[in-house]
Design a protein around this ligand. Structure first.
Ligand SMILES: NC(=O)c1ccc[n+]([C@@H]2O[C@H](COP(=O)([O-])OP(=O)(O)OC[C@H]3O[C@@H](n4cnc5c(N)ncnc54)[C@H](OP(=O)(O)O)[C@@H]3O)[C@@H](O)[C@H]2O)c1
Length: 341
């Protein structure tokens, strides 16, 4: 007999510009009893990710929009607390896509067992999860970096960017990162081991800064931000360079058309490849990703930062913090107790 109460965050209004806390509401529901073949999961962490902003608009995209008055969803990790499914035991750590709520009942599809012995459970929302796979697939399969090449990464200390930087170093590249605070720049240089990094908020001329830090030009640009970062990268791309179009976070809250780079014609003259990708198209690489990352993490060759916000009621604030650079590395929200808490 379950009948647990579960709190969840619902989308109340479709935001205009940067979402406000009043665009969300906290609600409480009674959970149905766990049926035959089902499991009950108590979430420990939920993820907030920039792509969720697009799902708050009523616009057709690669993921359907969130519904008003309904709980939102997204990455989460938790523990199985009841099981009537032979594939799961009580106590198993799992990742799933039913975040923004404290508990959920599932028949199993889309719920993956995770191993917290490899890395802490919440890192399956970051370095060992969707952002890590995005970095891995985007850099290696689209950017195709070669030893000795220069890789430039924007939002470089973030969940995706920090993994891109370190895999590019593992592949013998010269890596240059851009980030929005001196503390993030210091971490990139001292912990992530990039060759050069700068604070785009204080550097003045971003185009000149990229030129200074990439004296041999850029072979691979990993695009997370858009705007002046893309303009700067185009300016300094080498012939036959590759631009991995991962995200353009500087535009996600724009209410007016954003002025684009004025130098897109470089794509022609420099014979560049600029390719967009969506991580869900690369799930076939998940096993290879886990095996490479588990090895690199065990060897201490991949490091990461996390910002943990406490309490499901603070999830909307954590989400909007992504657009103000309030996260250092992966932003997660702790919404339930872990073993040992
Ligand atoms: N294609 C895919 O399948 C896929 C999958 C996952 C993520 N993505 C994209 O990858 C990018 C990074 O995502 P993430 O999860 O790793 O986020 P994140 O980097 O951990 O967090 C977002 C960071 O973006 C920076 N930022 C926010 N607003 C900005 C602005 N106006 N100008 C410049 N920088 C800004 C901030 O860092 P600073 O302090 O450094 O400014 C902030 O901390 C996003 O564009 C996201 O949409 C794409």
């Amino acid at each position: 007999m379950t009948h647990k109460k579960s709190r969840e965050i619902r989308l109340k209004n479709r935001p205009a510009g940067l979402p406000r806390e009043t665009d969300f509401e906290l609600a409480e529901v009674e959970l149905a009893e766990t049926g035959e073949g089902e499991i009950l999961v108590q979430n420990i962490y939920m993820s907030v990710d920039p792509y969720m902003r697009g799902r708050m608009n009523d616009r057709k995209s690669y993921t359907p929009p969130f519904q008003l008055g309904k709980p939102m969803d997204g990455g989460c990790v938790g523990r199985v607390i009841e099981s009537k499914n032979d594939l799961f035991q009580v106590g198993d750590y799992v990742s799933g896509m039913l975040g923004w709520r404290e508990y959920y009942v599932s028949a199993g599809p889309g719920v993956l067992k995770i191993d917290p012995a490899i890395a802490p459970a919440q890192s399956y929302l970051g370095t060992l999860g969707m952002p890590g796979l995005t970095a891995y697939a985007g850099l290696l399969h689209i950017g195709k970096p070669k030893e000795g090449e220069t890789v430039f990464v924007s939002a470089a200390s973030g969940a995706v960017g920090s993994v891109v930087c370190q895999i590019a170093k593992l592949k013998g590249c010269r890596v240059v990162g851009s980030a929005g605070s001196d503390e993030k720049v210091a971490w990139l240089l001292n912990e992530a081991g990039v060759d050069a990094a700068f604070n785009y908020k204080t550097v003045g001329d971003v185009i000149a800064a990229v030129g200074e830090h990439c004296p041999k030009g850029i072979d691979v640009y990993f695009e997370n931000v858009g705007g002046v970062h893309l303009e700067a990268a185009l300016e300094h791309m080498n012939t036959h360079g590759r631009i991995v179009m991962c995200g353009m976070i500087s535009m996600y809250n724009a209410t007016e058309p954003v002025p684009g780079p004025t130098n897109l014609a470089y794509i022609i003259g420099k014979q560049l490849t600029m390719q967009g990708f969506i991580v869900t198209d690369h799930f076939d690489k998940l096993q290879q990703f886990y095996s490479d990352m588990a090895k690199w993490v065990a060897e201490g060759r991949i490091k990461w930062k996390e910002t943990v916000v406490d309490g499901i009621e603070n999830a909307p604030k954590a989400f909007t913090g992504l657009f103000k650079g309030e996260n250092f590395g992966k932003m997660v929200v702790k919404i339930g107790p872990d073993a040992g808490d």
